[in-house]
Design a protein around this ligand. Structure first.
Ligand code: TIU
Length: 231
């Protein structure tokens, strides 16, 4: 039987349909070290304003998800203080003077519990929302995310966060292989490299949506004006 909660929005490569009761918002790695001036990301020479620009849209998306009682997931790219979950290959590929676990401007770089590893204050998780510490780029690898989504019967994922071509794309590909339908909110994701963001959006929705769908946040909020099916 078709659920009365099934909604459809304009997206690419075509309409994206989802059931509000089976949808989760997944906000990837909006952590201080990647986004705030003076953090790890900026210390590597990146223009963090490209990432900071999406914060108001991600905040509005979080408010939308909370209003509509979606399950909300936040991820942090982070490692244990003893680096037991950080493969040497990952650590050694970092900048020689700023490797994972080294002292950075906001505490030890990408280490759980350090100030720089916290989610930025405007997007802070609320009680009841799931925070996933992930040692990889993908949100499913070596985490309990899959089990948490299965317990709640989630079938559709809405993605936001940073960076588009690295942790967001990897997580969407992992979700795709696990059978989720995924939507990436175009103006709620960013990269230090605008060309990589554009290429990733194109890739995700190519070949009939080989990884998923993309849409601007404005497509999502149009639903509020056209239906009362939200619960
Ligand atoms: N969260 C995430 O994407 N981690 C990265 O390391 N991204 C880069 O673009 N480097």
């Amino acid at each position: 039987m078709t659920s009365t909660n099934t909604l459809t929005i304009d997206a690419q490569p075509g309409p994206f349909s989802f059931d509000s009761a089976k949808t989760a918002l997944v906000v990837i790695d909006m952590q201080r070290d990647f986004i705030e001036p003076g953090g790890f990301g900026e210390s590597l020479g990146n223009d963090v304003s490209l990432l900071a620009d999406i914060v108001p849209t991600v905040a509005a998306l979080l408010a939308f998800a909370r209003k509509h009682h979606w399950f909300v997931v936040h991820t942090r790219e982070s490692h244990a203080p003893d680096l037991s979950d950080c493969p040497p290959a990952k650590r050694l590929r970092g900048a020689p003077n700023a490797r994972i676990g080294d002292a950075g401007p906001m505490g030890r770089i990408l280490i759980r519990g350090e100030p720089g590893n916290a989610i930025i204050e405007p997007l802070a998780p609320l009680a009841g929302e799931l925070v996933i510490d992930k040692p990889g780029k993908g949100a499913f690898y070596a985490t309990r995310l899959g089990e948490e989504l299965a317990i709640r019967g989630v079938t559709h994922l809405v993605f936001a966060g940073v960076t588009t071509e690295v942790c967001v794309q990897t997580s969407m590909r992992e979700a795709n292989d696990r059978g989720y339908d995924s939507l990436l909110i175009e103006d709620a994701t960013a990269s230090y490299f605008p060309a990589f963001k554009k290429a990733t959006l194109d890739m995700v929705r190519s070949q009939g949506g080989i990884v998923g769908w993309t849409a601007p946040f404005s497509s999502l909020i149009e639903i509020d004006g056209t239906t009362r099916a939200w619960k």
